[in-house]
Design a protein around this ligand. Structure first.
Ligand code: 1GP
Length: 248
């Protein structure tokens, strides 16, 4: 079964939990241990990626993560030198809220021959960057103005455009460490208008907020930053339980 089909099956039952691991911040042993801890405490998938690569350890970390867990391991590329065969699939992002052609199609063209070479499953992802109260890494690095957080109609139009362009998932992101996560009203407005699965991330700091975003209509909730600050299995379990309590 393709990884995308597994995700679709997961989202039919309940909301799901993804842990984001930034390979730049961990060595191989820590990456493997963190991924295992996430799996053992209820995570439904691991995203691997970051907005910059300072250390040359992406591939080694991805490989060891993949060897240690059974849940899907997805590449979440901040930049497209994040292509590797050691993943179940790659979220092939196009930053559909951007007007920077490099983020809309340029990076993807660079990555495509390598994706083909590795015969890597891709999941076309309409990535929407939402204003979050301050400049985030992805805002700066992508040279893309975030979508204003009160403009639900514009957000819906972007998500619909992603759907009509054939994207398979919408990723709503306030950016890592965001001061304010994506507003509930915006998630619900997109949920009511678009059939695609919704991944939601950026500034999700408590299990309560995670559950709230799932209730608003997100199918997959991502946490990254909070687990880097507080790498506690109990907290992972609390996130997983809160998110899984939101049934479809
Ligand atoms: C960032 O959505 C992810 O792209 C996760 O954000 O690190 O704030 O959890 P956090």
């Amino acid at each position: 079964m393709k990884t995308y089909e597994k995700l679709i099956a997961l989202k039919k039952e309940r909301a799901n939990y993804f842990c984001l691991i930034d390979p730049d911040k961990l060595d191989e042993i820590q990456a493997a241990e963190t991924a295992l801890k996430c799996e053992e405490n209820g995570a439904d998938g691991i995203l691997v990626g970051g907005s910059i690569m300072l250390k040359n350890n992406f591939e080694q970390n991805l490989k060891i993560i993949k060897e240690n867990v059974k849940i899907p391991v997805l590449i979440f590329p901040g930049i497209f030198n994040f292509v590797s065969p050691f993943a179940d699939a790659l979220l092939l992002l196009s930053v559909i809220t951007s007007r920077n052609p490099q983020m809309l199609i340029g990076e993807q063209v660079r990555a495509a021959p390598l994706i083909k070479h590795h015969n890597l499953e891709t999941i076309g992802t309409g990535y929407m960057l939402i204003e979050s109260g301050e400049t985030t890494s992805v805002h700066f690095m992508s040279g893309s103005m975030p979508l204003p957080r009160t403009k639900n109609d514009i957000a819906v139009a972007h998500a619909l455009a992603g759907q009509y362009l054939g994207m398979k998932i919408i990723y709503l992101d306030a950016g890592s460490g965001a001061k304010y996560p994506v507003p509930d009203e915006m998630i619900t407005a997109i949920r009511q208008n678009v059939d695609l699965p919704i991944i939601l991330g950026g500034g999700i700091n408590t299990p309560e907020i995670a559950a709230q975003k799932a209730k608003a209509g997100a199918d997959f909730i991502v946490t990254g930053n909070i687990l880097e600050k507080n790498n506690n299995p109990q907290l992972i379990r609390e996130f997983a339980d809160a998110i899984h309590s939101v049934k479809k």
